[in-house]
Design a binder for this molecule. Structure first.
Ligand SMILES: [Zn+2]
Length: 302
């Protein structure tokens, strides 16, 4: 009898142990969108998320008495097509989860800016190269998760130029818009979208006065064209803290905030992450103006 009880207890223990961790990954995500990927289990565990050539070791955090969660924010790039595999290794066992990229008909914007921002003069090439180097270095930072969803809107104004549109500056085609332009008057407060650490704040050629905030796991928000800084590199900030004032420095046609969100170096549309839960399929997040109308005072650039 005692032996039977022991055997039963052993079987029970084994089956409890064998209970699979729960994986929550969307099967479809639009191009240029971020998506959360999560694993939950009833006991502590470690997960490795391998996505698009980079892998991340994530220690599960305790959510409740018997609920542990390892979570990451990942990006479906602007130009992604077809199926992509997320390789998840949980307690040493690897499995593949497929995520399909949904195509988005990106709009085109016609913009007019000062000629020096379309064909930068020779004397600023060195500064542009230095800006690129600084930004790349900041985007390569990988720290522990501090991001939380939904993100906070940094300014109250509407979108004047959405993420992802192909852009033609003074008749010359340039790279797609890697951020969202929001209406914001000169000097208005700009708030951090989530908790994080300031990893860059400087004057750049195209972005003007910029601030980069690292939210952990390669999630970085960027704020461009500021008129003033309220933070310095290395400073820890809370969601909603003032990081600077909006302005019209750099490649712009008027004062506004250019808000960027980079997920492990890949630019995504920040707008879907202001909703809870985030929008995973759809977009581009439309402008409140007709995207094709000629450049006006409040039109954006960069
Ligand atoms: Zn912009």
């Amino acid at each position: 009898m005692k032996r039977l009880l022991l055997a039963l207890m052993l079987i029970f223990a084994l089956s409890a142990n064998a209970e699979a961790a729960k994986i929550s990954v969307p099967d479809k995500v639009s191009q240029g969108h971020a998506f959360p990927a999560a694993v939950t289990d009833s006991a502590p565990f470690e997960a490795v998320f391998a996505w698009r050539g980079e892998s991340f070791r994530v220690q599960a955090l305790r959510e409740a008495d018997d609920l542990w969660k390892a979570e990451m924010l990942l990006a479906m790039p602007l130009d992604a097509r077809g199926q992509h595999s997320l390789m998840l290794t949980i307690n040493g066992k690897t499995q593949s989860v497929s995520v399909t990229a949904v195509s988005v008909p990106w709009p085109e914007s016609i913009l007019k800016v000062a000629p020096k921002y379309v064909e930068p003069p020779r004397e600023v090439q060195e500064q542009i190269a230095r800006d690129v180097k600084h930004s790349r270095k900041a985007l390569a930072v990988r720290t522990e998760k501090r991001w939380t969803l939904p993100l906070l809107k940094p300014v109250p104004g509407g979108v004047t130029s959405p993420f992802g549109g192909r852009r033609v500056f003074n008749g010359k085609p340039r790279a797609p818009h890697k951020g969202t332009d929001m209406r914001s008057p000169e000097g208005a407060k700009v708030l951090a979208v989530a908790d994080g650490t300031v990893i860059l704040s400087e004057a750049q050629y195209f972005g003007g006065n910029i601030v980069y905030v690292d939210h952990g796991q390669g999630v970085v928000s960027t704020y461009a064209h500021l008129s003033a800084f309220d933070v310095t590199p290395g400073q820890s900030v809370r969601r909603g803290q003032v990081i600077g004032r909006s302005g019209s420095t750099g490649r712009v046609t008027g004062p506004h905030l250019h808000l960027g969100l980079l997920i492990q170096g890949t630019a995504v549309d920040v707008m879907p992450l202001f909703s809870d839960p985030p929008h995973l399929v759809g977009g581009p997040t439309r402008s409140i103006f007709d995207n094709k109308q000629p450049a006006g005072k409040n039109r954006s650039a960069r």
